[in-house]
Design a protein around this ligand. Structure first.
Ligand code: ZN
Ligand code: FE
Length: 257
């Protein structure tokens, strides 16, 4: 499975999954149909599936245009998003599976950013492959999604599920927010050497106009404060009484950053 990262809108990424053996494609969170249609034409591959993580317009905006061009494509999203996803035909729950060519995604139910948010995790089939995680607006590179419809406790539970995935899992976040996220992270975790090193690397990438996505789970676990709610230093910095409050206060500080 080859993954293409297509920039869309101001800072979104749409991911096109191409199975080269069967020559078929799926798309994750098509904010806009145009870059997807252009890439499909270039590949000469039909679109068989639209995989939505949640209902926000910058994730589902291209669904109906893509369905017009590829009426046989199936639109997948979470069962709790029923009624909010244009063209939805499949209603996914935790533990469900979705095949794209020879890779099979496992579904995680990860409420927090929205109450219906899901993630698609493709575990590796062979030693040459890595796990591929499409988590919409839940984990960002160096950050996490805002809590529009969920509680801090729900988000921590959702992030904890994802944090169990192997360190070499590639995380395909739906926005290019890394630099700003790391600027915030440095305000709460300035003594973390891995974070400082990462900030310099990301700054160099962005200076050259390059993308910082995908990121890796291991790197996120070391440098993303929103995956470190159980870090003793972050508990002190936020003056929190427990892990949920550590997370909640970090999220509040980031909202105001
Ligand atoms: Zn969103
Ligand atoms: Fe978004």
């Amino acid at each position: 499975m080859h993954i293409y990262r297509l920039p869309a809108l101001s800072d979104n990424y749409v991911f096109l999954l191409h199975d080269v053996i069967y020559n078929l494609a799926a798309v994750v969170d098509p904010a806009d149909a145009r870059p997807v249609l252009a890439k499909l034409k270039e590949l000469g591959a039909p679109l068989v599936a639209i995989l939505n993580t949640h209902h926000h317009a910058d994730h589902v905006g291209g669904n109906l245009t893509l369905l017009q061009q590829f009426p046989d494509a199936i639109v997948y999203a979470g069962v709790e998003d029923r009624g909010r996803i244009p063209g939805q035909q499949a209603f996914l729950q935790e533990g469900d599976r979705v095949a794209v060519g020879d890779r099979v995604a496992e579904i995680f139910f990860i409420p927090g950013h929205t109450r219906a948010h899901i993630a698609y995790y493709f575990p590796p089939n062979t030693l040459a492959e890595t796990g591929e995680l499409f988590c919409g607006d839940t984990i960002f590179s160096g950050g996490c999604g805002r809590l529009f419809e969920g509680t801090p406790a729900q988000m921590v539970q959702s992030l904890a599920k994802l944090r169990h995935l192997p360190d070499d899992t590639r995380i395909w976040c739906a926005h290019e927010y890394t630099l700003k996220n790391l600027q915030f992270a440095l305000t709460v975790d300035s003594h973390n050497p891995a974070l400082r090193q990462r900030y310099a690397a990301v700054q160099a990438l962005r200076d050259r106009g390059e993308a910082t996505i995908p990121t890796l789970m291991g790197l996120e676990k070391r440098t993303n404060p929103f995956l470190r709610w159980d870090d003793p230093n972050l508990k002190i910095v936020t003056q929190a009484k427990d892990e949920i409050q550590t997370f909640s206060r970090l999220r509040g500080m980031k909202d105001r950053f």
